[in-house]
Unconditional design. Structure first.
Length: 308
C-alpha cells in the first residue's frame, strides 16, 4: 500500500513583508515630496520639486517593488482592486500600511521644521506644501476645477501603472521609470494649481500637520483620486488583464511576471495537489530496483583476449 503525505506549498512573500515594504516606500515618498517643497530654494537647488518626487518614486519602486509591487499610493492600490489584480484583504493591508508610512514621513519632516530657529509656526510652513482648493490654491482654482484635475491625473497615473506592469507588456521591466516620469509631469501640473499630489496618503499626511482648513478640505483629495483610479481600473478590467498569476511564487529580484501582486492564497492554490504529495519509504520499496549495467570497456576486453 502506498502512503503519501502532503508537503507544505510555497507561500511566497508574506503579506506582512509586502505591507511593510509599502509603508517604507510611502514614507520615502512623503519625506522627499514634502521636504523638498518646504525647504526648496530655487536659486540654490536647480532640480524642480516635481522631478525630485518622480525620481523618488522610481528609486522606491526599484528598491521595494520586488516585494509589494511598488504602489505607495492608495489610488494605485484601488486601481488594482477594481482591475481584479489583487484581493480585498491584500488591498486593505496595503492601504493601512501606506497611511502609516505617510504619517511617519510627515512626522519626521515636522520634527525637522520644529528645529529651525526662524520658524515660529510649523503648521503654517506645512500649509505651503498641502493640497488645497479655492483660497488655498495657488491660482484660486475652485473645488470643481481641482476635482477634475485630481480625477484626470489619478486616472492617468493608475492607467500608466496598470499598463506598464501588465503581463503582456514586453517593457514592464521599465515600470519604475515610466511611473516615476508620470508622477513628475503630473506633479508639475498639480503643484501649480494647489499642491495636488494625486496621492491620498501624502495628502492626508500633510493635512494632519497643517492648519485646520487642510483637514476640512481633505475629503476632496480622497474622493477625486479614488474615482480616477476606479475609472482606470474598470478600463483595464475590460482589457482582460484580471487573471492572477497562476504559478507558485518564487522570490527573486524582479518577478518574471512583472509587477503584478500575487497573494499568498494564489500562490498556495497554484501548486497542484499531485505535486504536493511525497511518497514514503514504504511506497519507494514497492518500486522494482533498476539493474545497473556494468561499464563496458572495449579496449580492456581486446587486450584480455575476450574480443579478437
Amino acid at each position: 500500500m502506498t502512503t503519501t503525505v502532503s508537503a507544505p506549498s510555497s507561500r511566497g512573500t508574506r503579506l506582512l513583508a509586502r505591507a511593510s515594504a509599502e509603508a517604507l516606500g510611502t514614507l520615502f515618498l512623503v519625506v522627499i515630496g514634502l521636504g523638498v517643497l518646504i525647504f526648496i530654494n530655487p536659486q540654490a537647488v536647480p532640480m524642480p520639486a516635481s522631478l525630485a518626487s518622480g525620481l523618488t518614486v522610481t528609486a522606491a519602486m526599484l528598491a521595494f517593488g520586488y516585494l509589494s509591487g511598488g504602489h505607495f499610493n492608495p489610488a494605485i492600490t484601488v486601481g488594482h482592486l477594481v482591475a481584479g489584480r489583487m484581493k480585498l484583504v491584500d488591498g486593505a493591508a496595503y492601504l493601512g500600511a501606506q497611511i502609516v508610512g505617510a504619517l511617519l514621513g510627515a512626522l519626521a519632516i515636522f520634527a525637522v521644521v520644529r528645529t529651525v530657529p526662524g520658524i515660529t509656526d510649523s503648521r503654517t510652513v506645512f500649509d505651503t506644501a498641502t493640497s488645497g482648493f479655492g483660497t488655498h490654491s495657488s491660482f484660486q482654482v475652485p473645488v470643481t476645477g481641482v476635482m477634475l484635475i485630481e480625477v484626470l491625473g489619478a486616472a492617468l497615473l493608475v492607467g500608466v501603472f496598470l499598463g506598464v506592469t501588465a503581463r503582456r507588456n514586453p517593457s514592464k521591466l521599465a515600470a519604475p521609470f515610466a511611473v516615476g516620469l508620470t508622477v513628475a509631469v503630473l506633479l508639475q501640473l498639480g503643484q501649480s494649481t494647489g499642491n495636488l499630489a494625486f496621492n491620498p496618503a501624502r495628502a492626508t499626511a500633510s493635512a494632519i500637520f497643517s492648519s485646520s482648513w487642510a483637514v476640512e478640505q481633505l475629503w476632496l483629495f480622497w474622493v477625486a483620486p479614488l474615482v480616477g483610479a476606479a475609472i482606470a481600473g474598470l478600463i483595464f478590467r475590460g482589457f482582460g488583464e484580471t487573471t492572477p498569476v497562476a504559478v507558485a511564487e518564487v522570490e527573486e529580484p524582479l518577478p518574471a511576471d512583472g509587477w503584478e501582486e500575487k497573494s499568498d492564497d494564489d500562490a498556495e492554490a497554484a501548486v497542484p495537489e499531485s505535486a504536493a504529495e511525497v511518497s514514503t519509504p514504504a511506497a519507494e520499496s514497492a518500486v522494482a530496483p533498476v539493474e545497473e549495467k556494468p561499464d563496458v570497456d572495449p579496449a580492456r576486453d581486446f587486450f584480455d583476449g575476450k574480443r579478437g
